[in-house]
Design a protein around this ligand. Sequence first.
Ligand SMILES: NC(=O)c1ccc[n+]([C@@H]2O[C@H](COP(=O)([O-])OP(=O)(O)OC[C@H]3O[C@@H](n4cnc5c(N)ncnc54)[C@H](O)[C@@H]3O)[C@@H](O)[C@H]2O)c1
Ligand SMILES: [Zn+2]
Length: 665
Amino acid sequence: MKQGNLFAAQPRPASLQGGLDSNAEQRARIDELAQRVERYRASYYAGNTEISDAAYDALEDELRALDPTHPVLARVGSSALVTEWEKARHEIPMGSLNKVVNEDELRAWVARCEELLGKEPHAPVASDLFVAEKLDGISIEVLYKDGKLVDAITRGDGEWGERITANVARMKGVPARIRERGHLSVRGEIILRLSDMKAHFPGVTSPRNMAAGLSKRFDGQGAERCTVMFYDVAEHAEIPTCRRRFEWLRELGFATPRSAHGTLDDVIDLYRKYGSELRGALDYEIDGLVVYVDSLNLQTVLGDLNRRPRGAVAFKFASPAKVSKVVAIQWDTGPSGRVTPVAIVEPVELAGAVVQRASLHNAANVRTLGLGVGDEVLVSRRNDVIPYVEEVVEKHGPAAQPPTTCGVCSGALVTEGEYILCRNASCRALIEGRIHNWIDAIGALEWGDKLIEQLVAAGHLREPLDLYKLKVKDIADLERRGEKIAKKCLDQIQSRLPLTLPVFLTALGIEGFALQTARLLVSAGHDTLDKVRAAKEAELAAIPGLGAIKAANITRGLAARKDEIDRLIAGGIQPVTTAAEGPLGGLTFCFTGSGTRPRGELTQLVESNGGRVLGSVTKELNYLIIADTSSTSSKAEKARKYGTKLITEEQLDQLIEERRAAGAS
Ligand SMILES: NC(=O)c1ccc[n+]([C@@H]2O[C@H](COP(=O)([O-])OP(=O)(O)OC[C@H]3O[C@@H](n4cnc5c(N)ncnc54)[C@H](O)[C@@H]3O)[C@@H](O)[C@H]2O)c1
Ligand SMILES: [Zn+2]
């Protein structure tokens, strides 16, 4: 029998204490949902979406039904930031939007606004709406001071975001200067246009995930391919309506999403037009429209809840999903050795594409679904995510059993948690993964997955060192490649040499060894490859910010890759030591504000010349690199107090030249 659950489905009135809480089973489900929602959000905002938006929305809706006041629902975005980037606080928090998914819900929202406005004098809400495309990208706040771009911060959890100014400054649509003086915070969305995706990242399928990845690349590579469009400005008293706000943004030189003013019926008409034709013709992805009460005065009266305005709503396109039949289940070995099940289904048309493969995520999921060949399933596809099997609609065949051997190399598979893995180091899938990681870490973005796959299949690549032995002919002879592409790809690999020690270590792709971790090691004094390799696990674990798990992974990883590393060194791929060698040896540098070159490039410049880059202004700091050396920012002031020299990028170049000349004489 179920326990009495007096307030199970309702918020508990704040004044009541004690009594019987929801039953344990329900509590457990609520906790599970909340945890999963947070996990999916963290992956999603980092650009590694795990499940479809439709499935995510269903889980969030279930949580809302069970516990409408759960704190997770009141949060915005995710606070699990991967902070290679400095965290920064928004002066005015950035929010999100409530959503509606059909006409009835939109009408209900209008009625609710009308009800809340009550006696407040106003034109009927249904006759004075503003509507704009809802861009499917990454929210960003861009700050201008006296007409100059000074800062760009991601939404993060609404209050704290990441300061990615150096990258945003290089994106299309972000003017370095505007004519509006004073302090201005504009808000927009970072997107990757479909034409840019096609031209520069032909292997990529999700513009949203790619834009998220590029925005946060520490070396700034590819940021110039992104575009920012703007739709909001924080607290600007003179602007009376949304319509005027968009015009004003455009007058200042910002691009806005397409927008219109009209009645509720106009909005619904437009929504249908977008669904049938307009959306498909755009050069960027949108996941709905945003509908606003046009008057900003009325929006203020309506206020907001949990950083979601009551006077605006996301009118989302329904998630396309269709039923199909499973013809086979494939088990693909991925680059990390993870074996992913894929359902091969009878072809169905979804959002303009014919779908035949749908992800099943992992072995545990197949078991949970109880999925087998012959089953009827619901396949969904939401712009950016690969098609996914949502659920088994009707069972026909016996549940599938996961394989015990790798489909690529026939090696035995091992089970780890929800996943099954191939651990055979000479498995072609794993080789591809390691090469891919190397290419990614050194920032050779010309290279795509397909090229790596072709070269591995042709036997030209077995380990990273082989990248440096490739001949133009090896690439030019491949199907659909030519000499021009080949030269470009090889030049790019060569142009990254010499690699700094942190980049070299990251490129190895050892578990838990991100660039930031590698930098920690180096600044803790393990500043040559020999020292890193000789370090004991306990020594590494003692480095603040590193910890026992990473230390164990690093020592294990370095040992396992010993021969490969030896071969790299013997082959001349020796990482540059960042210690006392080079013209900048013994000196420390810190960057602030946006520069003319990507931050990663500048860091590489300093490190490959023997200098050390610090994350913040400390007493130890010798040089602060800043665009305006007379700046009065807090960083600049602090630097002056410590006697740190403030220099521009140009002066940094000169410093290197001078010291190099002095060293040579
Ligand atoms: N698949 C997953 O694992 C997963 C995880 C978390 C969230 N999501 C998806 O993310 C969404 C919820 O996230 P959210 O909080 O970022 O909200 P949201 O994306 O639904 O809406 C708010 C955001 O819309 C953006 N926006 C774009 N154009 C706009 C315009 N013209 N005017 C105003 N804002 C505009 C702004 O960045 C704003 O912050 C849902 O669609 C959900 O399905 C998916
Ligand atoms: Zn294998």
